[in-house]
Design a protein around this ligand. Structure first.
Ligand code: GLU
Length: 417
């Protein structure tokens, strides 16, 4: 199974091996969980606006189906490859199980430079990619959702393409759609809202002894920007944020509502309030109480972990902390809220969207947010209690819960044939 091997996939496997040993996991089940169940590589040819044809590599990986259909986002990014998608699919399995959602994990992606593509090219890419992976997806099989550089519009194109093949509208085939075509109220903000909610719970547990905790947020896409919005509303002073172009820092706190409208206009945080820009890597090392890496994987490594000063690291992104860095941060006593918990709000409301789609009955935004708060709060408490009882870090505790639930289902279902 060496096809999957790259840094991110090996990190995901290492995390599984670690908890498997602690839990005395059945070796057969452990071995089955170390690799995805199914992976598809496709060529995605599209016609560019200039008339030329370009072929992109696309992937869809389903990690495990013991608890239900598979679920997970689709990303368009130049670093997408089979190993990364497989690692992300594995994390989705633990995330769904941890939140008690009836899903296994999946992920998909196309290796491309979305920033350089027109809307028409993106549409052709989304539609052709959907066509190529069509046999793998469906409301009872595998349900994609947005991830890096994909959004509600992308999901609408995927839903439309799939529905055209089937012959009638199938809103339940993807989540994170616009509300007008069967999306759920509250889905767009769900991931960031969930990250901020877990930070609030962490602050209650930790009692940092400061009235106004400070935060830095790396990444100002859907997850980072909404996290900053809710941290600000919760009374946290957000002093630094960044996007691909760099970061901005104001020790007195950034005016987040004004920054959000600035970014909506300009498409970047750079230039806001004429603040000097700073490098993304320096933002990570700022002296703040809370650090939210909400951009790429592997940004906190053994090279910079020692320099992290935050007391709470809430993983808005998937896999921002490598296993080596994890160990260093644990030793420093940093309270890490692992991605499979911190950023689970997105897939939780995706689940609500799917439930609403298949029963054709829609909920109010308050109902959605209340249920989201309940599920996130319950998972946080469960993780915290296990970490205290078993004297393990939060990531290990969260993985023990997630892996444990998948393992019990696998044990009960047995091995076919
Ligand atoms: N891509 C998001 C994640 O990593 C959302 C997945 C979903 O909603 O299915 O959790």
């Amino acid at each position: 199974m060496q096809e999957f091997y790259n840094e991110t996939f090996l990190n995901a496997q290492k995390q599984l091996d670690h908890v498997a040993q602690l839990m005395n996991l059945d070796t057969g089940i452990h071995e089955r969980l170390r690799y995805p169940r199914k992976a598809l590589i496709v060529s995605v040819p599209i016609r560019l606006d200039n008339g030329q044809t370009r072929v992109y590599s696309g992937y869809r990986v389903q990690h495990d189906q013991s608890l239900g259909p598979t679920k997970g986002g689709i990303r368009f990014h130049h670093e997408v490859n089979l190993g990364e998608v497989a690692a992300l699919a594995m994390w989705m399995t633990w995330k769904c199980a941890l939140l008690n959602l009836p899903y296994g994990g999946a992920k998909g992606g196309v290796c491309c430079f979305p920033e350089e593509m027109s809307v028409a090219e993106m549409e052709r890419l989304a539609r052709r990619y959907t066509t190529e992976i069509l046999s793998m997806i469906g409301p009872e099989k595998d349900i994609p959702a947005p991830d890096m550089y994909t959004n509600e519009q992308t999901m609408a194109w995927i839903m439309d393409t799939y529905s055209n093949f089937i012959g009638y509208a199938v809103p339940g085939v993807v989540t994170g759609k616009p509300v007008a075509v069967g999306g759920s109220l509250g889905r767009r903000e769900a991931t960031g809202r969930g990250v901020a909610h877990t930070v609030k719970m962490a602050l209650e547990k930790l009692k940092l002894g400061t009235d106004v905790p400070t935060a830095a947020v790396q990444g100002f896409g859907n997850v980072g920007s909404i996290t900053a919005k809710y941290l600000d509303l919760q009374g946290v002073k957000v002093v630094a944020v960044s996007d691909v172009q760099g970061g901005i820092y104001n020790p007195n706190g950034l005016d987040i509502p004004r920054l959000l409208s600035y970014v909506a206009d300009r498409g970047t945080v750079i230039g806001f309030d004429e603040l000097d820009s700073m490098e993304n890597k320096d933002l990570l090392e700022l002296d703040v109480d809370i650090l939210v890496p909400a951009a790429l994987a592997n940004v906190i490594t053994e090279h910079n972990a020692e320099k992290i000063k935050a007391k709470i690291v809430a993983e808005g992104a998937n896999g921002p902390v490598t296993p080596e860095a994890d160990e260093i941060l644990q030793k420093k006593g940093v309270f890490i809220i692992p991605g499979i918990l911190a950023n689970a709000g997105g897939v939780v409301v995706s689940y609500f969207e799917w439930v609403q789609d298949i029963q054709h009955l829609f909920w109010s935004e308050d109902q959605v947010n209340e249920k989201l708060g309940y599920l996130m709060g319950r998972a946080f408490e469960e993780v915290y209690n296990i970490s205290q009882a078993k004297k393990v870090d939060n990531r290990t505790a969260a993985m023990m819960l997630g892996v444990g639930r998948v393992a019990s289902a696998k044990m009960l279902r047995g091995l076919y044939p």
